[in-house]
Every structure is written in structure tokens, then in C-alpha cells.
Ligand binder design. Structure first.
Ligand code: FAD
Length: 283
């Protein structure tokens, strides 16, 4: 097994010009790390369709990094999605993160697919592959997707996405590595043989992370709660703690043979750079 640790980074499309400038500063700084690829999210309900496209094509055409475009099925017909995918192909983008997307009413509510749309991520992967031979990543859930009836149903769904043509999965954030190791075992049993890349979320705002974790079913271990206790009004210290938590998490994953990591940067250059720098010579 190679000692080399590979990072990929996730950005989100900013809502205004000031934040847009911040994004490009972040991109420039993190380009130095030479990530394996960088991905750009797609806002809830497809709300960032144009912005995501602009950022992804800019990354493809003006940086040394390989971009991946997130794409969801929400609130769009198959024709509309096919056009977006074709445009990515024409613009030289070759990697898509194919997702169903969250229910329009919010996580935890009932998802109703459009009759003329792609029903789920598996259908979307099939649709994308018909348009071009893209590299496709899909989502995986070490602690089970909140809408799935069982771990087995979730595993069958992941297998269907891989069989449809996805070549790797990126996980939902998790903080208890044992749950990820258990999930890898389950994937192996289900004959899922593609890389399951851990999605690593630096805890920038503990309250916000806790809220999101509750909705998406991610366990917050007691030790994490303790690390951030009393720091609600102390952003500087929180940032230092966040970096050390990620480095510890990755060190443990690395010791268990994991070599690829997807970092949810939240467009924060300093924190992601500091984390990446510390991980550079981890082997
Ligand atoms: P799917 O794999 O289609 O499955 C979702 C759930 O529905 C599963 O529980 C599955 O078992 C069930 N299911 C699927 N098909 C059927 C069926 N036919 N019958 C019954 N049940 C079924 N959201 C965004 O809006 N934008 C983003 O950019 C974005 N990026 C993400 C990146 C990563 C790495 C991850 C992990 C998530 C991301 N999400 C994003 C969130 C994602 O859209 C949600 O988690 C969504 O609820 C599920 O998407 P999915 O692709 O996993 O769906």
C-alpha cells in the first residue's frame, strides 16, 4: 500500500461578490496543496445552478485543479439536467458528483421526485453516463441515510449507484471512526469494491455542526462535545481545536489504511491549509 495521502476539497458557490472574492483566495491558496480533485456543491433545490457551473468551468479552464460538479435531481426535468450535463462535457468538465438532493421542504421531510425528472441518484448516474463517459462520484452514509429503512436498504442503494457507473463514493461527515470502519466492512460484504472516501468536516461552528448532524443522522461523540464546551463565543480557539480534531481523526484513519480524504472546506482557506499542511508528511 502506498504511504501517500491524497486530499480533495469541497467548495460551495458563494451568494455575493464579497464572498466570491474569498472563494478565489481560498482556491488559490489550496491549489498549492495539489489536491486530487476539487468539488463544488449545488445549492438546495438547484438554487445555485448557474453559479456552480460558472465556478466549475472557471476551475477547469483557469487552474491546475481537476473540478467535479455536484448535481442534484431536485426541481428539474430530465431534459434540463441532460442539458446541464452536456454543457459540462462541452466545457471540458469530466467529473460529476451525482446526488438526488434533499427534499424541497428540508432534510427529514418527504422527498417527492418530479414526474418528468430523475427519481434518485441511481437514475441520475444512468442519465449522465448516456451523455458522456464522466467520472462519477456518489454519496455514501456510514450512519445510514435518514430516509432509508435499514442499513441493508441503504447498502443496496449504494450498490445500485455503483453498478450504474459511479467509480467512487464520498461519505457524509462522521466523527466516530469506528462507524466508518464498520461501514467499510458492510460495503465489502455487499461486494462494493470502489473507494469510499471519508468526508471530513472541520468543526468551524460547533452549534451549527451539531444541528446539521442531528438532521442528517451523524453521531456527535461525547468527547467532541467536551472539546468545544465553553467556546461558543471564542472563534479563534474553536478554529485551533477544529484543526487538531481533524488531524487526530485523519491520523487514526491513516493508521487503518485510509489514503484518500475529502475535506469540506466551507471556503475557509486558513483552516484547510493548516490541516492539509499538517497532514502532508503524515506517512
Ligand atoms: P439517493 O442515493 O438517491 O438516496 C436517498 C435515499 O432515498 C436513500 O435512503 C435511499 O435508500 C432512498 N431511495 C433512493 N431510491 C429509492 C427508491 N427508488 N425507493 C425507495 N427509496 C429510495 N445536497 C445538495 O443539495 N447539493 C449538494 O451539492 C450535495 N452534496 C453532497 C455531497 C456529499 C458527499 C453528500 C454525502 C451529500 C450531499 N448532498 C448534497 C446531500 C444529498 O443530496 C442528500 O443526502 C440527499 O438526501 C440524498 O442524496 P443521495 O444522492 O444520497 O440520494
Amino acid at each position: 500500500m502506498s504511504d501517500k495521502l491524497n486530499l480533495s476539497f469541497e467548495f460551495f458557490p458563494p451568494a455575493n461578490e464579497k464572498m466570491q472574492e474569498k472563494l478565489w483566495v481560498c482556491v488559490k491558496r489550496l491549489e498549492e496543496i495539489k489536491p486530487r480533485f476539487v468539488s463544488v456543491t449545488y445549492g438546495a433545490g438547484g438554487s445555485t445552478r448557474e453559479r456552480t457551473h460558472k465556478i466549475v468551468t472557471h476551475l477547469a479552464q483557469n487552474t491546475s485543479m481537476i473540478p467535479a460538479a455536484h448535481l442534484t435531481c431536485v426541481d428539474a426535468s430530465r431534459d434540463e439536467i441532460d442539458q446541464i450535463v452536456q454543457k459540462y462535457w462541452d466545457d471540458g468538465v469530466r467529473h460529476i458528483v451525482a446526488l438526488r438532493g434533499d427534499p424541497q421542504a428540508g432534510i427529514g421531510e418527504k422527498y417527492t421526485p418530479r414526474a418528468d425528472g430523475y427519481a434518485n441518484a441511481e437514475a441520475l448516474v444512468h442519465g449522465i453516463k448516456k451523455i458522456g463517459d464522466f467520472e462519477i462520484s456518489v454519496a455514501a452514509y456510514p450512519e445510514q441515510h435518514p430516509e432509508s429503512g435499514s442499513l441493508k436498504a441503504d447498502m443496496d442503494n449504494l450498490k445500485a449507484k455503483i453498478d450504474a457507473g459511479a467509480s467512487q463514493a464520498i461519505t457524509q461527515m462522521f466523527f466516530d471512526n469506528d462507524l466508518y470502519y464498520r461501514f467499510l466492512d458492510e460495503c465489502e460484504k455487499a461486494n462494493i469494491n470502489v473507494p469510499i472516501i471519508p468526508g471530513i468536516a472541520p468543526v468551524i461552528n460547533f452549534k451549527g455542526t451539531k444541528n446539521f448532524a442531528k438532521k442528517c443522522g451523524t453521531t456527535i461523540p461525547a468527547w467532541l462535545d467536551k472539546r468545544f464546551a465553553g467556546l461558543d463565543d471564542d472563534e479563534d480557539t474553536r478554529r485551533l481545536v477544529a484543526a487538531s480534531v481533524v488531524v487526530e481523526q485523519v491520523r487514526d484513519l491513516y493508521a487503518h489504511g485510509v489514503r484518500d480524504y475529502h475535506i469540506y472546506t466551507m471556503n475557509r482557506a486558513e483552516l484547510t491549509y493548516a490541516i492539509s499542511h499538517q497532514l502532508e508528511n503524515i506517512g
